[in-house]
Write a protein that binds this ligand. Structure first.
Ligand code: HEM
Ligand code: HEM
Length: 224
C-alpha cells in the first residue's frame, strides 16, 4: 500500500495538479472577451503590465483597507497562507523524497520550524472553522463545501503532524497523510482552492483593465 500511494498515486496526483492549474489559467484567459479591447490592450500594453503588477501587489501585501479593517482575520489569513505554502515545500522529509524520485533538491528548514508552522496552519484553520460557525454574517454565506474545502486543506497538516510525532500507528498515519496530501493536490484545480492561481489571474486582469482604460487615458496608472 505504502509503495502504491508513494509511487504511482503520487505521480498521478502531481500530474493532475500541474496540468489542472495550467488548464484553469488557459480557460480563464480564453474566457475573457478580448475583441472589444484588443486595440487598447495592444496600444497601451505598458500601462496594462504596470496595472496588473500594481493590483497583484496591492492585494497580496497587507497594505489595503480590507486588511487594515480586519486585523485579526487578516493576520490569521497571512499566517495560514505563509505557513501552508512554506512548510511543505521546505520540509526536509519532502525534499528528500523528491530528490530520491526525481533527482532535484533545494534548501530545507529545520524540522522544529516546520513543526511550528504546521501547528500555525492547524490553529489558523481552526479559527476559520470557528468564524464560519459563529459569526452570523459569515455563517449565512457558508455552505457545506466551504467546510469540506477547509478540511481538505488542513488534513495533510493534521495527518503530517500525527505521523511526524508518531502519535499513533506510524505506518498507517503516514499512508493517510500521503493520501490526504494527494487529495489536496487533486482538489486544487477542481475546487475554489484554484484561487491559488486564479487570484493572480483576476487581479492581473482587473489591474490591466484599470491601468489601460483609466491610466492609459489620463496618463497615470491606477491601482485596483
Ligand atoms: C503527495 C505526497 C506526499 C508525501 C509522499 C508526503 C510525505 C511526508 C513524509 C514522509 C513526512 C514526514 C513524516 C516523518 O517525519 O516520518 C511528511 C510530513 C509532513 N507533510 Fe507530507 N507528504 C506528501 C504531501 C503533503 C502535502 C500536499 C502537504 C501539505 C500541503 C504535506 C504536509 C506535510 C507536513 C506539514 C508535514 C510535517 C508535519 C510536522 O512536522 O509537524 N505533505 N510528509
Ligand atoms: C499565493 C497563493 C494564494 C493566495 C494569494 C491566496 C489568497 C487567499 C485569499 C485572498 C483568501 C480569502 C481570505 C478571505 O476570506 O478574505 C483565501 C482563503 C483561503 N485559502 Fe488561499 N491563497 C493562496 C493559496 C492557497 C493554497 C495553496 C491553499 C490550499 C491548498 C489555500 C487555501 C485557502 C483556504 C482554505 C481559504 C479559506 C479560509 C476560510 O474558510 O475562510 N490558499 N486565500
Amino acid at each position: 500500500m505504502y509503495e502504491f500511494v508513494r509511487g504511482p498515486l503520487a505521480l498521478i496526483s502531481f500530474a493532475i495538479f500541474f496540468i489542472g492549474i495550467i488548464v484553469r489559467v488557459v480557460w480563464y484567459v480564453k474566457g475573457l472577451d478580448w475583441r472589444l479591447d484588443r486595440v487598447a490592450y495592444l496600444e497601451k500594453a505598458d500601462y496594462g503590465i504596470r496595472g496588473a503588477l500594481k493590483s497583484i501587489f496591492h492585494w497580496i501585501l497587507p497594505l489595503n483597507h480590507t486588511t487594515a479593517n480586519h486585523p485579526i482575520f487578516m493576520g490569521a489569513t497571512y499566517l495560514f497562507h505563509i505557513c501552508l505554502l512554506t512548510a511543505p515545500l521546505l520540509l526536509m522529509a519532502h525534499v528528500m523524497l523528491i530528490e530520491e524520485s526525481w533527482g532535484i533538491s533545494w534548501p530545507t528548514i529545520p524540522d522544529t520550524i516546520a513543526d511550528y508552522m504546521t501547528l500555525a496552519v492547524i490553529a489558523a484553520g481552526g479559527f476559520f472553522f470557528a468564524r464560519r460557525l459563529v459569526l452570523p454574517h459569515v455563517k449565512i454565506l457558508t455552505t457545506g463545501s466551504d467546510f469540506l474545502i477547509l478540511f481538505i486543506a488542513l488534513a495533510p497538516f493534521i495527518t503530517g503532524f500525527i505521523a511526524y510525532h508518531q502519535l499513533m500507528g506510524y505506518k498507517l498515519w503516514l499512508i493517510v497523510h500521503i493520501l490526504a496530501g494527494e487529495i489536496m493536490l487533486i482538489a486544487i484545480p477542481f475546487t475554489k482552492l484554484s484561487h491559488f492561481v486564479l487570484f493572480f489571474c483576476s487581479r492581473a486582469q482587473i489591474g490591466m483593465d484599470y491601468g489601460i482604460k483609466r491610466g492609459g487615458q489620463k496618463g497615470r496608472g491606477v491601482a485596483w
